[in-house]
Design a protein around this ligand. Structure first.
Ligand code: 13P
Length: 251
């Protein structure tokens, strides 16, 4: 059985004070929801303070990106050690905004995945098609390419630390959600790719999150699907009540 996993991606929102306030409200409202993993991913500038704010709770801390080198003259970048030093256990890699706004390519994302794993940071590899790719019928080709390239040279032993997030780009921040059936279909396809690469047992253990306009009003039906193991939530994670309702989905 895969443990449900609800992750909030705060993107470039909130400040030190509003981030701390939100983190405390989530930690407080969460109680002992130990049957699911809960993660928040604030911007780099807020990580240390948010980590302090949730200390002693079940809320996990993740980053939204990371560089693939250990250290060096890379102005504006952040290293794995820096993330570890502020209590991060997860890192989102290959988010569609990194791919499409900042032109990150699969080989770079793969280097980041490999380096995160080497450092014992758990990567969340994001994949998903553009609207025109979906309309052209190439969702599976695009997703297969992104999963296969992202996991290049990732060994079987590391797969327990890898989470995949399927985020159709046309559903992010648009209010449009893939239907639960559509999302479940793509998740099942991703699981079949993992099975081809690593075998059935590992594919059955790998968590695949859905992202794209997940909110209190649609989380229950998404989470009711057999291949949807959790959610990567943007907008609805920026407010305690809505994120807590997403975390406490009923299925
Ligand atoms: P929204 O939930 O705002 O659509 O964002 C999804 C997302 O990109 C999470 O990483």
């Amino acid at each position: 059985m895969r443990k449900p996993f609800i992750a909030g991606n705060w993107k470039m929102f909130l400040t030190r004070s509003t981030g701390i306030e939100l983190a405390k409200a989530i930690a407080h409202g969460l109680g002992d929801a130990g049957d699911r993993d809960v993660l928040v991913c604030p911007s780099f500038a807020l990580l240390g303070d948010v980590a302090d704010a949730v200390k002693g709770s079940n809320v996990l801390i993740g980053a939204q990106n990371m560089h693939f080198e250990n250290e060096g003259a890379f102005t504006g970048e952040v290293s794995a050690d820096m993330l570890l030093s502020v209590s991060c256990s997860y890192v989102i890699l290959g988010h569609s905004e990194r791919r499409h706004v900042f032109h990150e390519k699969d080989p770079t994302i793969n280097k980041k995945i490999l380096f995160a794993l080497k450092k014992n940071l758990k990567p969340i590899l994001c994949v998903g098609e553009l609207l025109e790719e979906r309309e052209a019928g190439s969702t599976e080709t695009v997703v297969k390419d992104q999963v296969t390239s992202g996991l290049r040279e990732v060994g079987k032993d590391s797969m327990g630390s890898v989470t995949i997030a399927y985020e159709p780009v046309w559903a992010i921040g648009t209010g449009k959600t893939a239907t639960p059936e559509d999302a479940d279909g793509v998740h099942s396809f991703i699981r079949s790719i993992i099975s081809e690469l690593y075998g059935r047992e590992i594919s059955e253990k790998t968590r695949i999150l859905y992202g794209g306009s997940v909110k209190p009003g649609n989380v229950d039906e998404l989470m009711a699907k057999g291949n949807i193991d959790g959610a990567l939530v943007g907008g609805a994670s920026l407010e305690a009540d809505s994120f807590l309702r997403v975390i406490k989905f009923e299925s």
